[in-house]
Each structure stands twice: as C-alpha cells, then as structure tokens.
Write a protein that binds this ligand. Structure first.
Ligand SMILES: [Zn+2]
Length: 486
C-alpha cells in the first residue's frame, strides 16, 4: 500500500501558474477564487492517480487487491465506510458507501446510485512506449501510464466525487440516496473475479437502481466543441472459428484444394462482405442529435439522413459515414479476422487451417444469421464457420429519465455548448452484466479527449491531459450531486 501523498506529486506537476492557465483554457465557469481550489484538487487527484498507475494490475494476473487496498485507505482517511472483498488470491473489489439521510416521515429514500470503475488494466508492449508505462510520468501537463484513461482515472474521479459529497454531508446537506463506490476486478478478462463475482456473492453490498460506469466518451471534435456520448447500450462480442479442410501431403506435389488456399479465398469473401445497415433507437437518436453539432457539413447531413428513417436517405447517409470507422461500426454488425493458424512445416501441406473472427452484433441481432450470411458468401462446403464463444445480449437504457437529464445538466454546467447523446458502444463492458441483473447502467468516459488520445486506450503511450482530468473530476462530481443532493 502506498502513502496517499506520493513523493513525486509536487515535483512532477507543472507550476501553479501553468495550471491556472490550463484551468482557464478549459473554459470552466468558475467563480472568482475557485481556481486555487481546483489547483489543490488537481494536485491531490494527480498524486492519487499516479499511485494507482504505479500499482501494476495487468490482467492476467490482475493483482487488483493492491489497488483495492489503496482506495480503501483513501476512503477510510476521509471517514467514508469502505470494505475490501477478496474474490481469489490477490484479486477482489472495494466497495465504499455514503448513506442517505433518513427521509422525512412517510417518504421513501431514493434508490441508490453506484459509481464504478475497474482496477485491472490490459498488458503493454513495453518497447512501443516512450515512457515507463507504470511510472506515471507527467510530461507537459499530460499524465502517461497504463490505466490513465482505462480505467484508473475514472476510479479517482469517482473517489473525488464521493469525497465532495462527504464534505457536503459534513456541512449539513442531506443525501437523498445512498451513493456506492465500486472498484471491481477482472473487467479486461471477462469479470469472473470481478463484477460477475460481486453480483453472485455480495449482491446486497451493491444493490442499486442506477450505475455510472466506463464505456462512454467525452469527445473533442475538430472544431474544439465537445460532445458526451453516454453509453446506453453495447454491442455483443462473439468469437467464431473458420476452418478450411483439404488434402494433406508432401509439399513437392501441389494439390488442388490446399486448405490454406481455401482459407485464403474464404477470408477474401469475408473481407468483402458487409453486414446490412441496422438502426436501433439508440443509434437513431445518437445520429439525430449529433447532426446538429457535427463540424463537417457533409457528415452532419449524412447523420441526419441516417436518423431520418427514410430507406433511401439511410442508405445515402450510411455510404458517407463508411469513411469514419467509429461511426460505421455502430451502424452494422462488425466482423474482424484476428488470428490465423495452419501448417506445421514448410514442406508439409496441412489438412486444415483456421482463422478466428471477432464478431460484434448489434443488440437484438442474431449471430446465427450473421454466420448464415458468411457461409453463403464463402460458398465452399469444405469451409465451416463455428461458434467458439457466444456473447449475451443486454437491454438498452432509456435516454429519457432523471439519470440522463442529470448527466446533461452536469455537463452543461461545465460547458454550456456541450451536446449529450445516447451511445451504442462497440466495446463490451461490465454494464452488460449489470443491465441483465436489472440495473440501469450508463457508461461514461468523463475526460474530454481528442480522437488520437482516445485511441491510445489499450494502446501505446496511454495518457490523460491534466486539464481533461480536472474536467472529468468536476463532471462526475456534478452528476453525483445532481442525483444525490436534494
Ligand atoms: Zn476499461
């Protein structure tokens, strides 16, 4: 366990003047004199995030208990009740809770809210990084490290939101609902030792109606304006294997129907195949709302076309949006070949060769129907497409309720020009488990990032600009205040 005040925190931060300038450039509507408070807040939160990044929780093996204990110590230091749960040796969760004040006679307390984040991180390709991924280096006002944006930054933003609420409670403000912090394990490898385990073994500790999780985006567009993509639904991830078979033999005698050649033809057919455009209520509203704020006129028109519901306009819009992979990916099921295997010797023709596909279906779409379409495109009886692992669908969340409205108000307090849209994420999160268990779970990444920085998630030189970190802390705190204060 590391001390709260990391010894490098002060040294590595930029000067106070620089931080003030950064805060001003955020365009935050701060009352005069609040800048000093933000300065101290960012300094403290940065030291805490550095502490988390330096605890290596690469999954596998995870070792999330290190982070759970660190967070537990932060909560206890603030006088907030907190508990660590061990799901397996070295693995576990931390759950902290602020309790609602007793409601007035006859009234019921509002349902609890969870602020959650995962403590594990994905591995690194060490030689591709320009800094030590676990040193939490600050360079030019940017914090580098594995987990900075996925998802340790959010853990600290959530902690700071809890701390801000606790301060309000101490000042006599009454909370109308319990606010529960959950730091969970094993998100990057399926959640068997994390959210899945908590839901199975300690459902009472995390019982709530609402959950704010990772999975959304706060994006800075090319014109500098921001939009919040609040994740309300997610694609379902499946693993599928394509197996080609053929005659085996000595490589000195070329054979018709060589399994590797067959697999190559099948993969070419898969690569040329495009799944049909399918709009869900989430994506219709996403494109409809974003069209008004989008800086590129042709793409904005395409978004409006896609949201129009008119078949010809949808087709026209989808053709334009094909040029933007992140937008195209939410309009259809996605198929990505990821692994190739076949052959044992350079002079032996193998009997079979396989390719692994990662298929992401839109909510409500059938994997079997996708496989039937692929099989028809491949049109080869000696190539078989089989399911290796089938994902589970989860319900989409509404964008017309008190939660969505609270996020919108909190965002607009920080940036009056911001747009908040519901978002179907192409990535999978723990929220799917929660939604299937009856929670209303929403996904956010509260830090405004430009696309190149967003794409560092799971990549090299993952990093978080400190200005974006401060915005995110204030954003999550604002959401928690909107939902928990009277
Ligand atoms: Zn994550």
């Amino acid at each position: 366990m590391r001390p709260v005040s990391s010894r490098t925190s002060g040294r590595r931060l930029r000067s106070r003047t620089a931080l003030v300038a950064l805060g001003v450039s955020l365009g935050l509507a701060l009352p005069l004199g609040a800048q000093g408070t933000d300065d101290a807040l960012l300094r403290e939160a940065t030291a805490q995030l550095q502490g988390l990044i330096r605890l290596n929780t690469t999954n596998p093996p995870g070792n999330e208990l290190l982070v759970a204990r660190y967070l537990d110590s932060l909560f206890r230091a603030e006088g907030i009740e907190s508990q660590v749960y061990e799901s397996a040796p070295g693995r576990g969760a931390v759950v902290a809770r602020l309790r609602a004040s007793a409601p007035a006679a006859g009234a019921a307390a509002a349902t609890p809210l969870i602020l959650m984040g995962h403590m594990d991180v994905v591995g690194v390709q060490r030689d591709q990084w320009t800094v030590d991924p676990f040193a939490a280096t600050v360079r030019d006002g940017v914090l580098y490290g594995r987990g900075a944006i996925d998802d340790k930054g959010m853990l600290i933003a959530n902690f700071q939101a809890m701390k801000a609420l606790q301060r309000r409670v101490r000042a006599g403000v009454r909370l109308k609902r319990d606010v529960i912090f959950v730091g969970n394990a094993d998100e990057e490898a399926g959640g068997d030792f994390g959210m899945g385990w908590l839901l199975e073994h300690h459902p009472g500790a995390i019982r709530a109606e609402w959950a704010l999780n990772e999975g959304g985006r706060t994006r800075v567009m090319s014109n500098g304006k921001r939009y919040v993509a609040l994740q309300t639904a997610e694609k379902v991830s499946h693993v599928v294997t394509v197996t080609a078979t053929g005659p085996d033999g000595h490589a000195s005698i070329p054979l018709e129907g060589n399994a590797i050649s067959r697999l190559g033809r099948a993969l070419a057919a898969i690569g040329a195949h495009r799944e049909p455009t399918v709009l869900t209520p989430t994506t219709t509203r996403f494109f409809g709302s974003l069209a008004a704020a989008w800086p590129d006129a042709a793409e904005a028109r395409a978004m409006a076309d896609v949201a129009s519901g008119d078949a010809a306009r949808v087709a026209r819009g989808a053709t334009v949006l094909r040029a933007v992979p992140t937008l195209d990916a939410v309009l259809r099921n996605g198929i990505s070949p990821t692994i190739l295997e076949g052959g044992i010797r350079s002079n032996v023709i193998p009997r079979d060769a396989t390719a692994t596909l990662n298929i992401r279906t839109l909510p409500g779409e059938s994997l079997d129907a996708v496989i039937a379409r692929l099989t028809a495109e491949i049109a080869d009886p000696l190539v078989h497409v089989t399911v290796t692992s089938r994902g589970e669908d989860s319900p989409a969340m509404s964008a017309d309720n008190e939660f969505f409205a609270a996020v919108e108000r909190a965002a607009k307090r920080l940036d009056p020009t911001i747009t908040v849209v519901p978002y179907l994420s192409t990535g999978a999160t723990d929220s799917a488990d929660l939604r299937r268990a009856g929670y209303k779970a929403y996904g956010l990444l509260p830090f405004p990032l430009e696309m190149p920085d967003e794409e560092r998630m799971h990549g090299n030189d993952e990093r978080l600009p400190l200005t974006a970190f401060l915005f995110g802390i204030r954003f999550v705190t604002g959401i928690a205040e909107e939902l928990a204060l009277p």
